[in-house]
Structure formats: C-alpha cells, structure tokens
Design a protein around this ligand. Structure first.
Ligand code: SF4
Length: 217
C-alpha cells in the first residue's frame, strides 16, 4: 500500500466525521492544510453567504493560507484580529466586533473521539466566537488534535498545548520556563476559560474541517 499512514488517518478521520455529525456539526475532510484552505474558500464560504469575516488565534488557520487569501478578497469585510500594528485597545475592540461576524474561523485545542471540541483560552475571544455570536463558525483541525475522551483532551491541553503556546507567545509563566504547568497565578497566565462544545446549536452552525496532517499545537 502507498502512503499507509495517510490511509490510516483517513479511516480515523472518517470515523470521527460520523461521530461529529451525530453531534450536529457539519464536517468536511481535507487531505492537507492547503486543501483545507481551498475547501473553505470554494465550498464553505459561498454556502454561508458570509460578507463579514473574522478569526481567532490559530496556527492551523495560518497554515491553510486562508489568512492571506481572505485579506486579499474584494467585497468582503475582514476584521483582522491578527493585525499586529493595532494598539492594544483597538485590537480588543476588533475582537469584540468579530463576535458579530457572519463567519468566524479558528482552530481547536483538542477534539475527542466522542465528538466534542475542547478549548482553553487566555482572552476568551476564540471560545466566545465558537460558542455564540458569529452566524457560522469553521474549526480547522489537524489530525494531531484527536484524543480519546474529555480527560485526555484536558491532559493534552495542560501538559502540552498550553506550555508550548506560552513558549510560542513569549509569556512569562512557569510552564514557559520548565514545560510543566504549575497552575500559576502569573499575570501572563494563558489558561483562563475552558469550553467543551458538545454539540453544534443550531445544527450545522459549527463546521469542522478535519485535516489529514499534523498542524498547530
Ligand atoms: S496555568 Fe500557568 S503554568 Fe499552567 S499551563 Fe497555564 S500559563 Fe502555564
């Protein structure tokens, strides 16, 4: 067999798709990050009719090329919450406005084999947008985010994703120094709000793109 690892993951993603659909998510599978970007632009975006688009922090989103592609598109109103030239107050206001977007795109910290999305946020704009506000949400998910259950999801996040993100963002936290979570009280603590998205409500509002590639933290 050619590409047995991709084939293995394709079967796992197909099973997970069915489980997530049972939880009222609309689910797509893409072979890699670039294909996921095309899928969003060519299939999901036109179907939503979205005009006002925003996003929450996600390395996977950047890897798909969607950030650059969407910013270059005419006739869309883009709320670019990644714009580093904004003053802190302006950036905060843009994040507040992004909760009224037609389409909100982000990643997830973990997805369980029982079909839940599990996230832990510092600011909360990402989990807020997933939960309520934007008319449509797209969650981009690399195959490395799959875990068996909620307990494994929380372990993955606290033992790996949060410390690694603290390092990536140059946060002054114990985990950024040692790789181990100390349930810190540091001002830079990035672990403030947990969400478990057990089902999509309304049905299909949250669209999950499962990607057959390891992406993000
Ligand atoms: S609680 Fe603090 S030490 Fe633990 S992972 Fe979060 S930021 Fe790091």
């Amino acid at each position: 067999m050619e590409h047995p690892i991709d084939h293995y993951w394709q079967l796992r993603l197909t099973d997970l798709k069915e489980t997530l659909e049972g939880n009222n998510f609309e689910v797509f599978i893409a072979g890699n990050a670039v294909d996921a970007g095309h899928l969003v632009l060519e299939k999901i975006l036109p179907k939503t009719g979205a005009r006002r688009i925003s996003w929450g922090g996600s390395m996977t989103f950047i890897a798909t090329g969607l950030h650059d592609a969407l910013k270059g598109m005419q006739n869309l109103e883009i709320l670019d919450t990644f714009n580093k030239s904004l003053a802190p107050q302006e950036a905060l206001e843009l994040r507040r406005q992004s909760l009224l977007a037609d389409l909100f795109i982000t990643g997830t910290n973990a997805v369980t084999e029982t079909g839940e999305l599990v996230n832990l946020d510092m600011t909360g704009n990402r989990v807020a947008g997933i939960t309520f506000g934007p008319r449509h949400v797209v969650i981009l998910v690399g195959r490395n985010k799959i875990v068996p259950d909620l307990e494994a999801a929380m372990s993955r996040i606290k033992e790996y994703a949060a410390p690694a993100n603290a390092m990536r963002l140059d946060k002054k936290t114990p985990c950024a120094r040692t790789s181990v979570c100390e349930e810190c009280k540091a001002p830079d603590r990035i672990c403030n709000t947990w969400t478990i998205t057990q089902k999509s409500f309304p049905k299909g509002r949250v669209k999950v793109v499962l990607i057959n590639e390891s992406l993000g933290l």
